[in-house]
Design a protein around this ligand. Structure first.
Ligand code: ADP
Ligand code: ADP
Ligand code: ZN
Length: 217
């Protein structure tokens, strides 16, 4: 099964991905995590992505598509993939469909987590992330058990440089102008599931599980 998680920055894609990958037995592929890894390793890709990420703009399609397609070629992705943060433009969505089509595979479902803009800003300004396993936390809504440490792996928590109010506003603008059209793209293909993401983490997880089950019935 291949599933795309759609939602604005802060909608809870990473949070729900942690639950969903276990439920579905698929691999979590987050384009933002891949870029941050490249950045921390000072690779050519990381250096290229840096200036775009700092401004909250999208990294050009060509590099992004190549990076993600390269990742899903790895053998661990064979059981299926949960895409998080990719695709973010129509040409990324089309490139992904073409690639999967060539292998006799497809995107089965796209789950769109909807959250009002002011709530997104609140979530991102309090977000903390594990440096080791990328699990997201929130200083108010989902704090770690031990301050500054990841519940899952004990890794150090940090705040992303692009989670400042100014960059967040830019990222939201980019989402509504460049990414929202792919909601319609998946809707036309009959694959879209909409979820109200403005409630507790557990309630959102339960709603997604119900929708995916109903969709497969
Ligand atoms: P969030 O989870 O807050 O939405 P991400 O971690 O997915 O943020 O992305 C962080 C940044 O990485 C983006 O602002 C963008 O610069 C870059 N990026 C991630 N995914 C893509 C993509 N599919 N296309 C272009 N740029 C991307
Ligand atoms: P995305 O990957 O879509 O950018 P994250 O999963 O990183 O979003 O979540 C953004 C922030 O909001 C994190 O700090 C996370 O702990 C918090 N969060 C996620 N889901 C919820 C929710 N349903 N209610 C409140 N806070 C949430
Ligand atoms: Zn961790």
């Amino acid at each position: 099964m291949n599933v795309v998680l759609l939602g604005a920055p802060g909608a809870g894609k990473g949070t729900q991905a942690a639950v969903l990958t276990k439920q579905l037995g698929v691999v979590h592929v987050a384009s933002g995590d891949l870029f941050r890894k490249a950045l921390s390793e000072n690779t050519e890709l990381g250096l290229l992505a840096k200036s775009y990420m700092e401004k909250g703009d999208l990294v050009p399609d060509e590099v992004t598509i190549e990076m993600v397609l390269e990742r899903i070629r790895q053998p661990d992705c064979a059981p299926g993939v949960l895409f998080d943060g990719f695709p973010r433009t129509l040409s990324q969505a089309q490139a992904l469909d073409e690639k999967l089509d060539g292998e006799g595979k497809r995107i089965d479902r796209a789950v769109y987590i909807e959250v009002p803009e002011e709530e997104l800003v609140k979530r991102l300004s309090g977000r903390w992330i594990c440096r080791e396993c990328q699990t997201p936390y929130h200083s108010e809504s989902s704090p770690p058990k031990v301050a500054g440490k990841c519940d899952v792996c004990g890794g150090e928590l940090y705040q992303r440089a692009d989670d400042t109010e100014e960059t967040v506003r830019e990222r939201l603008k980019v989402f509504f102008s460049q990414t929202l059209p792919i909601v319609e793209y998946y809707e036309k293909q009959g694959k879209l599931l909409r979820v109200d993401g403005d409630r507790d983490i557990e309630e959102v997880s339960a709603a997604i599980a119900r929708l995916l089950e109903a969709g497969n019935a």
